[in-house]
Design a binder for this molecule. Structure first.
Ligand code: PLP
Length: 398
């Protein structure tokens, strides 16, 4: 006998992982260069050179036992203070190393935050579609329920939908901007409006509604005019769930943090619950070497001009072929409207042309497909004739 829920999760891969595995198999059959895999959000640019420099420095200069030993459960004090000081300086909003908890990436940050904030069975967390599918797994794993809200026509949060969804069981809202899968960056105006609504509701229900800001793509924006709001600067009861997976191209190293805003009404209690949740989930401490690398390289990124070029090539190319795409201000995903009702059927047709795209259904957005453009630019160039044939098959016109 095994745990039913764990068994169900473990015996079925996510649609994205399924496609990624298919791509590897198909590559062996027809040659990797003939498979246009746009399934996974695995960064394609190398980590900035400072990462390797710092790893070498630490390995050569720091005593091995100290370098590889356990750190405090919440992370090395110097690391936490450095990151908090950087955040305060970058965003003009005071953060505190003693309220920051180092984690194994954003997935761990989210599970820890959700476990820390779930009070009882039946508690609810809200999210706007489209959303990262693992949220449902994480929220339900914490014993709560995920309620998905419809966005507006630009895939921005619909504040009216938020107002209608609020009730005393709502513990928090997960906000992911720049967004996976749409690439949309939520506007400062809409986010401020949301903050006002949540503040009022918190007052009305007599308990804070937490803003869980999932920010693995914070630095991945391509136009000067695009402003990514730092949530603690507009809302008090905020937990920032950050990851170095995308900005530093380190997804396999599992490093990130949860930062509780010092302005939280119950900041000390929330932080204690974060530490407790990390303990309960068995994290012990985040990887010691990469805590130090993260602190030294915090704020740096890989070469984002590659993603920008890929975005422009793909967005420009597909819209020219007649596809309707959401303009992606950030992250490294393009969200394309399916030219037929069923996005799954569209993905199957694309697969027939060796184009591996992910149907939007799992992201809570039927009728769209996600194209991950964190790939070699050459793959996009090679894929264009296949996209062109697909557009012709649907009779699309520019
Ligand atoms: N949140 C979002 C929106 C993501 O896209 C991802 C990964 O793709 C994660 C969280 C998890 O990131 P990490 O690899 O840091 O755990």
């Amino acid at each position: 006998m095994v745990n039913e829920r764990a068994y169900a999760l473990g015996s079925k891969r996510s649609a994205i992982r399924e496609l990624f595995e298919y791509a590897k198999k198909r590559g062996e059959e027809i040659g990797e260069e003939n498979v246009f895999d746009f399934s996974l959000g695995n960064p394609s640019v190398p980590a900035p050179k400072e990462v390797n420099v710092e790893i070498c420095r630490l390995v050569n200069e720091m005593p091995s036992v100290a370098l590889h030993g356990y750190t405090s459960a919440q992370g090395d004090k110097g690391v936490r203070d450095t990151i908090a000081q950087n955040l305060s300086a970058r965003f003009g909003c005071e953060m505190d190393g003693d309220l920051l908890y180092m984690t194994c990436g954003a997935a761990a940050s989210l599970t820890i935050a959700l476990h820390a904030l779930t009070v009882e069975k039946g508690d609810e967390f809200l999210v706007f579609a489209p959303y990262f599918p693992e949220y449902k797994v994480f929220v339900e794993g914490a014993g709560a329920k995920l309620t998905v809200l419809s966005p507006d026509e630009n895939l921005q949060p619909d504040v009216e939908a938020l107002k209608k969804a609020l009730n005393p069981r709502v513990r928090g809202i997960i906000v992911n901007s720049p967004n996976n899968p749409s690439g949309v960056v939520y506007t400062p105006e809409i986010l401020s409006e949301m903050a006002g609504v949540l503040q009022e509701a918190s007052k009305k229900f007599g308990a804070p509604i937490y803003w869980i800001s999932d920010e693995p793509y914070r630095e991945l924006v391509y136009d000067k005019a695009t402003k990514v709001v730092f949530a603690p600067s507009i809302y008090e009861d905020t937990l920032v769930c950050y990851s170095y997976s995308k900005a530093l191209s380190l997804p396999g190293e599992r490093i990130g943090y949860v930062a509780v805003s010092p302005k939280c009404q119950e900041a000390a209690a929330v932080y204690a619950a974060v530490c407790g949740a990390g303990r309960q989930l068995g994290y012990v401490c985040a990887p010691a070497l990469f805590q130090r690398v993260a602190a030294a390289c915090d704020g740096l990124t890989g070469d984002l001009s590659v993603y920008q070029k890929n975005r422009d090539l793909l967005y420009g190319g597909l819209t020219k072929l007649g596809f309707t795409c959401v303009y992606p201000d950030g992250a490294f995903y393009l969200f394309v409207k399916s030219p037929e009702l069923s996005s799954a059927a569209f993905c199957e047709k694309a697969k027939g042309r060796e184009l591996l795209l992910v149907a939007g259904d799992d992201f809570g957005a039927e009728g769209y497909v996600r194209v991950a453009y964190c790939v070699d630019t050459a793959r996009i160039e090679r894929a264009m004739p296949a996209f062109e044939k697909l557009a012709k098959e649907y009779g699309l016109k520019a």
